[in-house]
Design a protein around this ligand. Sequence first.
Ligand SMILES: [Zn+2]
Length: 117
Amino acid sequence: MPICPNCESEYMDNITICPDCGVELVKNDEFTENLTTPEDYQIVYSTSEEYEAEMLKANLDGAGIEALIVPKKDRNFPAVGDLAVIDLLVKKEDFEEATRIINDINSNTNPPIEENP
Ligand SMILES: [Zn+2]
């Protein structure tokens, strides 16, 4: 599936230019490969839930932190139940702040169960 290297939107196979950015689309695989070794990025979070990755990215974006979602689906090893690992990458300089934000979010979305006494 082609993906826009600018806005990271995925498109149908017959689309070659991102309608939003006017940028030529690249293959998702190439895009991901290019991202797996970015020197100034590091993995701040891994999840198997795409919605969670999107949610965290949106929160980081809101905090002014640029985050990349890198799905690591291994097509040579199709996992039962479509298991996939999605890495969330941020710039090294943003790593601590991003970690703090993600921890905050996770502690809010998964509050300790404290029912009324
Ligand atoms: Zn785009």
